[in-house]
Design a protein around this ligand. Structure first.
Ligand code: R1P
Length: 291
């Protein structure tokens, strides 16, 4: 990492000393962070905290900090989509590793532990609604990581190539990238009660995940080809929208990250439940115990 000064246009600090979008102060940052998509779900997580020390809301970014069983923790919402993850991870890293007074990278690296708890659509018929699936491998359809120089060093290039060949990847789309979750976190949080999956981060909810309402799809057979694809004998398990940029950017920046999603719809059997709150509630409790 360079020790040059990061200019005001490149890292915007608000007049109150907080980082531009998240509106958090460096002093508020905790080492362990739960990430959720929905700003409302932050309250659900914080209900488990034994103390709440601060609450900040700005656009889709809602943060509550406090303690869980005596240890500092915070929960932050990132909204919907991979583009938001670029903002969230870069700004969390800036709070941890850039000195806001000098605008230089701090000499000592601070590692954050980031666990995203989300919802997801399954791509294999046996994954029933309510199953927690870890993005042990996250497959980014979003292209965010392609803008960073170290991309190839943290990606599984063989997997990416095999995937593109098998599913007849459309050259108009961003090149996919495959990034792992942090292995130690997966062992500690996943144990045997969560599926180790291969999770796609899509760049949208409808066409980019093969949903056809009124607009016909450019490649209508994509999901059936994805369903049949195997890498080292393992299938692609589910679609969501944030795990790949989260895990990819965390790898590049030296943080530990993973994603676990509760299945709320099965795209093969076409089952779905809008009543997924109990499963999410239980998953939050499990992750808080193990993070
Ligand atoms: C789409 O409905 C949203 O739900 C999923 C997707 O990743 C996307 O953010 O996750 P969350 O429930 O965490 O938001």
């Amino acid at each position: 990492m360079s020790t040059k000064k990061i200019q005001p246009s490149e890292m915007i600090i608000n007049p109150d000393g907080t980082i531009f979008h998240l509106h958090l102060l460096p002093s508020q940052l905790t080492d362990r962070i739960i990430l959720v998509g929905d700003p409302g779900r932050v309250n659900m997580v914080a209900e488990f905290f034994d103390t709440k020390t601060f609450e900040v809301s700005s656009r889709e970014f809602h943060t509550i900090g406090g303690t869980y069983k005596g240890k500092p923790i915070m929960c932050l919402s990132h909204g919907i989509g991979p583009d938001n993850i670029d903002i969230v991870i870069n700004e969390l890293d800036a709070l941890a590793n850039i000195d806001f007074a000098t605008r230089e990278v701090k000499p000592e690296h601070r590692t954050l532990t980031l666990v995203r708890i989300g919802t997801s659509g399954a791509l294999q018929p046996e994954l029933i609604v309510g199953t927690p699936v870890i993005a042990a491998h996250a497959i980014g359809f979003d292209g965010v990581l392609n803008y960073y120089a170290g991309r190839n060093e943290v990606c599984d290039i063989d997997y990416q190539q095999a995937f593109c060949d098998y599913v007849h990847w459309n050259p108009l789309w961003a090149k996919p990238y495959v990034v792992p979750a942090d292995k130690e976190l997966v062992e500690r949080i996943g144990r045997d009660d969560m599926v180790r999956g291969h999770t796609i981060s899509a760049v949208g909810f409808y066409g980019p995940q093969g949903r056809e309402l009124r607009l016909p799809l450019a490649n209508p057979d994509l999901n059936s080809r994805i369903e049949k694809f195997r890498y080292n004998g393992e299938p692609v398990t589910n679609y969501e929208m944030e795990s790949a940029p989260l895990q990819g950017l965390s790898l590049l920046l030296g943080h530990k990250a993973m994603t676990v999603c509760s299945i709320i719809a099965n795209r093969v059997s076409t089952n779905a439940t809008p009543n997924y709150k109990t499963a999410i509630h239980d998953l939050i409790k499990t992750v808080l115990e193990r993070i």
